[in-house]
Design a binder for this molecule. Structure first.
Ligand code: AHM
Ligand code: MG
Length: 333
């Protein structure tokens, strides 16, 4: 095992590319790494906790109040980031407002601590998503909302952790995308997927098709296009929908594909959150050679106006995103 690169080594190696840096950013990544190990361990015990030791909200054998896993994950990330004083503020999908931490910090983080809520209790892959920015207000003053309402193009790093058949962390700092697989025996993440690239074309489409009749005609026509038999263009595509964004995204990143959460009649702005879900995965997909759109515009160019803002989302292989955009623009004409 001496010829492997651990995430810890990788972070230090990359920091050395920036002589004179304070190491604050490396410490921030290390805090995320620590929290994700703790969450991973707990996710693996999820069935035990809820079915054997009692449901969330009940007391466990030590007399401690049990928490729901998403609340637990939120607490762990906030604790790791707060205790190490590596950010000046945190915005989380789990909290109504941002949390101010350390006035002298220079980074902020936006995160979805445990995404895929409908899959938490049924032993299906779930994930953590994070997005890191430099603050725009002066260091030494309390962090402000405007520090969080930056365009996705300003991200300095973004990543996700997938708690699947194994736990993996995938992240970018704007210089490509690298994936690390967790070895629970050694307690380390090991570089397993260096320089990840998404295929330009894919064969997988991922959407909640139960919403078909709630979707626009452009999206409906695209779905019919995906299902049509045409060997020249590799159709019909394969439908794959886990209902955990991180898991659907991760598979499509590796195999090529398109994930969609369009606007629907019941959710006119879609379901997914720009800051916690869409921007970080858009940064990653672009760094891997793919594309992310709201159907018309590049996700990373959208100016956020609200912490919990939602946007329609189309992300994955560039040619597939282009195709669905074509169907959406035709519906307007
Ligand atoms: P959550 O943040 O409440 O977990 O919601 C986000 C999730 C995504 O992971 C997933 O892709 C999507 O919601 C599934 O939604 P639906 O059940 O409407 O298909
Ligand atoms: Mg979520």
């Amino acid at each position: 095992m001496t010829d492997v690169t651990t995430l810890g080594e990788f972070i230090i190696e990359k920091q050395m590319d920036f002589p004179g840096s304070s190491g604050e950013f490396s410490r921030l990544l290390s805090a995320i790494r620590l929290a994700s190990k703790i969450v991973s361990q707990q996710v693996n015990k999820a069935g035990l906790l809820s079915h054997i030791m009692g449901s969330a909200g009940a007391e466990n054998v030590q007399g401690e109040q049990q928490q729901k896993l998403d609340v637990f994950a939120n607490d762990q990330f906030i604790k790791a980031l707060t205790k190490r004083k590596v950010v000046c503020g945190i915005a989380s999908e789990e909290n109504d407002d941002f949390i101010a931490i350390n006035d002298s910090g220079s980074y902020i983080i936006a995160m979805d601590p445990l995404d895929g809520s409908s899959n938490i209790d049924v032993n299906v892959s779930i994930g953590t998503i994070f997005s890191i920015y430099k603050r725009i207000t002066p260091e030494g003053t309390p962090v402000q909302k405007e520090d969080f309402l930056q365009k996705g193009t300003s991200q300095v790093a973004a990543g996700y952790v997938i708690y699947g058949s194994s736990t993996m962390m995938v992240y970018t700092t704007g210089h490509g995308v690298n994936g690390f697989t967790y070895d629970p025996g050694m307690g380390v993440f090991i570089l397993s997927h260096p320089e990840m690239k998404i295929p330009q074309k894919g064969k997988i489409y991922s959407i909640n098709e139960g919403n078909f009749y709630k979707s626009s005609t452009g999206v409906q026509e695209f779905i019919k296009y995906a299902q049509k038999i045409d060997p020249d263009t590799n159709r019909p595509y394969t439908g794959r929908y886990i209902g955990s964004l991180v898991a659907d995204f991760h598979r499509n990143l590796i195999k090529g594909g398109l994930y969609m959460y369009p606007s629907t009649t019941s959710a006119p702005k879609g379901k997914l959150r720009l800051l916690y879900e869409c921007n970080p995965l858009a940064f990653i997909v672009e760094q891997a050679g793919g594309k992310a759109s709201d159907g018309k515009n590049r996700i990373l160019d959208i100016q956020p106006t609200d912490l919990h803002q939602r946007v329609p989302y189309y992300v994955g292989s560039t040619e597939m995103v282009n195709k669905v955009e074509e169907f959406i623009s035709n519906e307007d004409s």
